[in-house]
Design a protein around this ligand. Structure first.
Ligand SMILES: Nc1ncnc2c1ncn2[C@@H]1O[C@H](COP(=O)(O)OP(=O)(O)OP(=O)(O)O)[C@@H](O)[C@H]1O
Length: 267
């Protein structure tokens, strides 16, 4: 007897759940609502881009994934939930340091510490108690390799990170963020302060990084979203208007609002 074919429902049951799930989430800064009823699923080992006009809530949504908004007085999720690997990140037993190890972040402006290249990358492991030199050495080499910096920097690991170029500093920040092997890497306009060549290097890195991690990137640059991402979410006025595979969203958007944003004909 031949085995019955798997139904689509059974097939979807066997695939892993998304690494990040935002469900029915509202978010406010004090009394000002910044995000309304957001639903977003981020798949493992994919690059997901958040796009939309200035002030639509891209960075706020990104920072909800590792509770970076907790630093802002009065900022809070007022409805819904955010799950990382199935765990609600607002549960009372969530340790913020562990969460930010699991969900690393790279900012718009590179922010290396005024320490050596080696110490910048080893930092996250050290604060989690790692003292073994060979473990640290291995993590520094692995992370700099993933950030396409090892060959450039391996002979000057003890030089001050602030002496690096802007593009190298940003790749060093990527190396620092991945040294603790996060599940998810959040990138908030990581190329906006960089020249075209440094931007290209970081864009080239993204697909490599997604082999090991899951990447969520905020970008103002629609062409960059097309070049680097597998999925794109378009936000407008705090609402997630459309979320789809990038090629589909850019070539055949379902929503008129998405289409007019892509065409640059917003009224
Ligand atoms: N720290 C804050 N306190 C109060 N309101 C804030 C804060 N940060 C952002 N907002 C507000 O929340 C809304 C969304 O801002 P956010 O920075 O998330 O948008 P964005 O799409 O990332 O914008 P941009 O593309 O200009 O960076 C805006 O109305 C903004 O003014």
């Amino acid at each position: 007897m031949t085995a019955p074919l798997m139904t689509p429902a059974a097939a979807s049951q066997s695939s892993p759940p998304p690494v990040v799930q935002v469900r029915d989430m509202d978010f406010s800064y004090g009394t000002s609502v910044a995000l309304h009823d957001i639903n977003l699923s981020v798949e493992y080992h994919r690059v997901t881009a958040l796009i939309g006009p200035s002030g639509c809530g891209k960075s706020t949504l990104l920072r909800c994934i590792n509770r970076m908004n907790d630093r802002v007085t009065g900022a809070r999720v007022t409805k819904g939930e955010v799950l990382v690997k199935g765990k609600n990140i607002h549960d009372a037993d969530v340790d913020l340091t562990q969460l930010r190890k699991q969900v690393g972040m790279v900012f718009q402006k590179s922010n290396p510490f005024p320490k050596s290249i080696y110490e910048n990358v080893a930092y996250g492991l050290r604060i989690h108690g790692e003292k073994n030199k060979s473990v640290l050495d291995e993590a520094v080499e692995r992370s700099l390799t993933h950030a396409a910096l090892w060959e450039e920097l391996k002979d000057r690991l003890h030089a001050n990170a602030l002496a690096l170029s802007g593009g190298q500093q940003q790749r060093l920040c990527i190396a620092r963020a991945i040294a603790t092997v996060p599940d998810v890497l959040l990138m908030d306009e990581p190329c906006s302060a960089l020249d075209p060549i440094s931007t290209l290097k970081i864009e080239e890195l993204m697909h490599q990084l997604a082999k090991e991690f899951t990447v969520v990137i905020v970008t103002h640059n629609m062409q960059q979203a097309v070049r680097v991402s597998d999925y794109t979410a378009f936000l407008h006025l705090g609402k997630l208007v459309e979320f789809a595979p990038t090629e589909e969203l850019f070539t055949n958007p379902r929503e008129r609002l998405t289409e007019s944003y892509l065409r640059g004909t917003f009224s």
